[in-house]
Design a protein around this ligand. Sequence first.
Ligand SMILES: [Zn+2]
Ligand SMILES: [Zn+2]
Ligand SMILES: [Zn+2]
Length: 343
Amino acid sequence: MPKSPLKSRASHAPRPSVRGVPFEVVTSRRRRLHVPHRSRHVPASEWRDYPRPVPDAWHGFARDKGFRIHGRIRDRYHVALECDACGGLTAHKSYTLRTAQPRCGACAEADLADAARAAGLTFLRRVGRDHHYGLYRAACGHVVKRQFEFVERVAARKTDLRCETSLRSRERDEAARQGWDRIGRDPNGNPNYRIYRHSCGHVQRVARVNMSWGQVKCAGCGGAWNARESYIYLLRIEIPGTAFHVLKLGFSRTPVKRFRHQLGLPRGARVELVRVLPMATGHDACAKKSATHASLRRRHPDAVVPLEVYAGILTVRSEVYEAWAFDLIMAHLDRIEAAHPPT
Ligand SMILES: [Zn+2]
Ligand SMILES: [Zn+2]
Ligand SMILES: [Zn+2]
């Protein structure tokens, strides 16, 4: 996209939140044409040139508002405007050109791409006709569908992106380590349970947290797994209705059954076990966790939550991280897992 050195993108219009400027893209023309969402019912074929002269006054309106008139389009009411800042084409009513500040659809799209980049995502495209959602490629490589508003919150480092595909594949790995297949969600709709099939063929409903720790006994063959390992674990802790949202990395010699109690969490706090890595020995687990913490503290000091922030909330004293550091921590855990394949 050519960028004019004369005007910055922000100069010709106030920039409302990227959510407020829905456009469709018509691709059947020689150049991409951005069409306001309210005209989404108009078939692409109707956005053809309308070869009549452009009234002189329109050129002046366009110039004042940061555009050049590319030509008339569709019918006598519409005009294709070329943005001075980005060179993109947007269809508007000539009435809008005369009486208001038209928005450039290409700039709006660039805003979405900027917000995505700030959130560590790649913007792919809007989702069909739903002007609240876009498709993005996440750092893990998966395509995720998210609300624009959510992406802005990730960009503002208020939350992290949870990729369902990656989560499912982690759950499959956790189950495989214990000799189970993850089959699906809980038919009763409990978000903490999954359906698993044991290696003996028996199918059973098990809490995901128990599967992660290997605390599961097969009701078909009676097979149970003996915990002889130590664990590195990652928890997500949120207090709904507040800005408190952190990640806690830890290690334990036994499956941690009562996070709430062990962390001294207040009522109403939400705790989610994100990941468990079994390690052969407690020494290993503790050393790896400490090395991860040291590396994060050195290379991403801003990811470490200062003790003052959670002093009155959690009883732990360290290894508490900002929600946005999710990918960083997961990448560390990936490396540890790769170096210590499950036995
Ligand atoms: Zn533009
Ligand atoms: Zn993913
Ligand atoms: Zn079994």
